[in-house]
Design a protein around this ligand. Structure first.
Ligand code: UD1
Ligand code: MG
Length: 447
């Protein structure tokens, strides 16, 4: 069955107390909207429609950066969840198949749960995702009758008996797209909130003789985020799960609680991660590497046998080949470090190619930026860059070449040459002794 996702994200999210739309707040380096899209992507949807309202432009941009084919449907006034779904109508024109409604602020729904919903759709017209709430609070209540879901009652509209029900509505619902849109046409707003409730489609559908059922999931999956405190809580839950998964995958974390993963971090088996390491988005680390304490990695690749840190920073485009070493207080950006090369101390390597087995001395800087343009530095295989060398790009240091410590290299260095670009040393005999005497005499006079 073809699937269309409709992801609701038009709400303002007042309780976030933010200028940014709620669904763009991030968990593990990705907007919560993207987490919802990733959940839905497991169903291989033919169409993905994002209903956006507050900050629609930014929401659309974030959605398209994850899925360029996502369609943005505008809901200019937030009149309720049914009204929100109705905005997807034009985008679903001609679509034959099932529609699945997800919320942009509900990031943790598992692929297996959505698969259970599509399976339940084979026997029922409408499938709602529900959960047994420890504290049902203000959630909509799922009212069962025999083996069918009979209706959903919003907390505001529920009587005492209905409020006692603990089976709650997650908001996620699946039905044939055509059926869903037909039912929505019949929804009215004569309720406590004066909103068009998506939840009303159950009662309307049942009255029309349609069947409805509930697929239940763990409450943690349906966790919705409404405030910064809940966002922080969701981040903590994500990190706890990511650490557990890394350990199960054969990664050593000496202090798991101090390691932070992104939504897409990939770490190979038998990698060792010391305390206080942070992974931003887009990092892949192969098996058998060591990421030492206090390192910060994003948008980079680390190959087998590499040792990174302590206190290293790998920025987007850093590519470390096998058995490389990047040591303390070294920043690497948009640079390939070839097999066996070492950048061990206090360096900035940006927009560069570093050849195999090259050794980059302490304090080396690639001066890649002239204030307007970025330029490239190429360092050949087996080159030896002396400590505190400034490589003023664009510049090439050939294979097996050397630079003298403290050099400012502005011209290419041919393979095998030694480049020394600094003032020649001049020793003035006895000068230091005479100067000290003079200064001490001035101090004694009270100067
Ligand atoms: C909704 C459900 C409730 C369920 C709860 C689960 C309805 C009527 N109620 O209530 O049964 O237990 O979610 O969290 O559906 N949105 C729009 N446009 C609108 C209104 C909402 O895009 O006009 C979006 C919001 O951005 C949000 C989602 O829909 O992502 C849910 O809206 P919200 O106002 O939070 O609904 P609840 O009152 O929580
Ligand atoms: Mg809500």
């Amino acid at each position: 069955m073809a699937i269309a996702l409709i992801i609701l994200g038009a709400g303002m999210g007042t309780r976030m107390n933010s200028d940014m739309p709620k669904v763009l707040h991030q968990i593990a380096g990705a907007p919560m909207l993207v987490h919802a899209m990733k959940s839905g992507a497991a169903l291989n949807p033919e169409k993905t429609v994002i209903v956006a309202g507050h900050g629609a432009e930014a929401v659309g941009k974030a959605a398209k950066s994850y899925d360029p084919d996502a369609v943005i449907a505008l809901q200019t006034e937030q009149l309720g969840t049914a009204h929100a779904v109705a905005q997807a109508r034009a985008a679903l024109e001609g679509f034959e198949g099932d529609a699945l409604v997800l919320y942009g602020d509900t990031p943790f729904i598992r692929a297996e749960t959505l698969a259970a919903m599509t399976a339940a759709r084979l026997t029922h017209d409408i499938v709602v995702l529900g959960f047994e709430a420890a504290d049902p609070g203000r959630y909509g209540r799922l009212i069962m009758q025999d083996d069918q879901l009979d209706r959903i009652v919003e907390f505001k509209d529920a009587d005492e008996d209905e409020r006692a029900v603990r089976l709650c509505n997650s908001g996620v619902v699946a039905a044939k797209a055509e059926t869903l849109l037909d039912l929505i046409d019949a929804v009215e707003n004569d309720n406590a909130a004066g909103e068009y409730y998506l939840t009303d489609i159950i009662g309307i559908g049942r009255a029309r003789g349609l069947t409805a059922t509930v697929v239940a999931c763990d409450e943690a999956e349906t966790l919705g985020i409404n405030s910064r405190a809940e966002l922080a809580g969701a981040e903590a839950l994500f990190q706890a799960a990511a650490r557990k998964a890394a350990l199960a995958d054969g990664v050593t974390l000496t202090a798991p609680d101090t390691v932070f993963f992104a939504h897409d971090t990939v770490i190979g088996r038998d990698t060792m991660i010391e305390p206080h390491v942070f992974f931003g988005p887009g990092v892949t680390v192969e098996s058998g590497t060591t990421i030492r304490a206090f390192s910060h990695l994003e948008g980079c690749h680390v190959s087998r046998g590499a040792v990174v840190g302590p206190y290293a920073r790998l920025r987007p485009g850093a590519e470390l080949a096998e058995n490389t070493k990047v040591g303390n207080f070294v920043e690497i950006k948009n640079a390939q470090i070839a097999e066996g090369a070492k950048v061990n101390h206090l360096s900035y390597i940006g927009d560069a190619d570093v050849g195999e087995r090259a050794n980059i001395g302490a304090g080396t800087i690639t001066c890649n930026y002239d204030g307007v343009f970025k330029h490239k530095t190429i360092i050949g295989a087996d080159a030896f860059i002396g400590s505190n060398t400034m490589l003023v790009a664009p510049v090439t240091v050939g294979d097996g070449a050397m630079t003298g410590s403290g050099s400012v290299i502005t011209r290419d260095v041919p393979p095998g040459d030694l480049a020394v670009a600094r003032a020649r040393q001049d020793n003035k005999a006895g000068f230091a002794v005479r100067l000290f005497e003079k200064l001490k005499a001035r101090k004694a006079k009270g100067e």
